[in-house]
Design a protein around this ligand. Structure first.
Ligand code: A2P
Length: 304
């Protein structure tokens, strides 16, 4: 269990990942992304999570550069994650493959090129973590397993080149992860999945952890939807904390890395104040039992 905003947990390759990251999904406005990143780093966050699909890598990179300068930090003080968005090129590559004698020609090269584009957008010469954003799934592709294995070989290439200091996956359920581990050479180090009060993907999280991966929670506040839950409110009131702080602390106490997103300066600051209280076993059990209705993106059926 981490004890401060910059405290880290160890990945299976020995690298350290800060247990709280600033999430940037759904920050589409460039100046909000830049200012959000700067506020987060000013408030002590040392981990920033973005993705090619978020459309904000350039603005996030600008925020990183300005924050380093303003706070007297260097690149190695930060942990930066981005993700491979395979749908940008996968369709075309698969169409080519149907008329080709080779297996999925160009897929690996296209994935490496997508990584290089992300790096250029961010203005960095390496990232700390690169993830496959979503698995190819059986609903979309008969050869989903082969596609994921080829994409993984691209991540292995950038890892071996030192341009991604760690590599992993996102939204991989047990069967996707098992296949990838069997097919690849470098074991994935992280699985980033949707995980929040009322939607604990426990089977996926437990399988990843049992295989040595660090689990990260995207939408740790359920994109804000968990925050008006009455039971959460009662626990938060009894502790003198905000619902968001309790929802995040609940995840940290499960050794899950949290990536809260906010564009609101006071919330960015308060979402980092998670280390002056503790949830006891009864409070954890109360929070575990919360049920919240909602639609979720299913890695087995999602058509991105
Ligand atoms: P905003 O960005 O307008 O501040 P998640 O991290 O689960 O994706 O949730 C993000 C959503 O939760 C955003 O809409 C964000 O709003 C909101 N949010 C983030 N932190 C807080 C907070 N401390 N209190 C209330 N809402 C918050």
């Amino acid at each position: 269990m981490i004890t401060s905003i910059a405290d880290t947990v160890r990945l299976s390759n020995g690298n350290e990942i800060p247990g709280v990251g600033y999430g940037t999904w759904q920050i589409t406005d460039a100046s909000q992304a830049t200012e959000g990143v700067k506020a987060a780093i000013r408030d002590g966050y040392r981990h920033i999570d973005t993705a090619a699909a978020y459309g904000n890598e350039e603005a996030v990179g600008k925020g990183i550069a300005e924050a380093l300068e303003e706070n007297g930090l260097t690149r190695k003080d930060l942990f930066i994650t981005t993700k491979l968005w395979k749908e940008d090129f996968l369709g075309a590559v698969i169409e080519d493959a149907e008329t080709s004698t080779e297996d999925l020609p160009g897929l690996k090269e296209a994935a490496v090129a997508a990584f290089e584009t992300s790096l250029a957008q961010l203005g960095l010469d390496y990232v700390d973590l690169y993830l496959i954003h979503w698995p190819a799934n059986a609903k979309g592709y008969d050869n989903w397993r082969e596609i994921n294995a080829i994409l993984w070989s691209a991540l292995e290439e950038v890892y071996r080149a030192g341009k991604a200091r760690a590599i992993g996956v996102s939204n991989f359920l047990e069967h996707h992860l098992q296949a990838l581990i069997e097919d690849g050479d470098v074991p994935p180090m992280v699985n980033q999945i949707e995980y929040h009060l009322g939607f604990a993907q426990k089977a996926a999280a437990d399988y990843a952890a049992a295989n040595g991966l660090v689990v990260e929670a995207w939408s740790p506040l359920g994109s804000g939807k968990v925050l008006d839950n009455e039971v959460l409110g009662q626990v938060a009131d009894s502790l003198g904390k905000t619902p968001a702080q309790v929802a995040l602390r609940w995840l940290l106490q499960k050794d899950i890395v949290v990536l809260p997103k906010s564009v609101t300066p006071e919330r960015i600051a308060s979402n980092a104040e998670l280390f002056d209280f503790e949830l006891d076993a009864a409070q954890m059990a109360t929070l575990d039992a919360i049920e919240i209705d909602g639609d979720h993106m299913d890695p087995d059926t999602i058509d991105l």
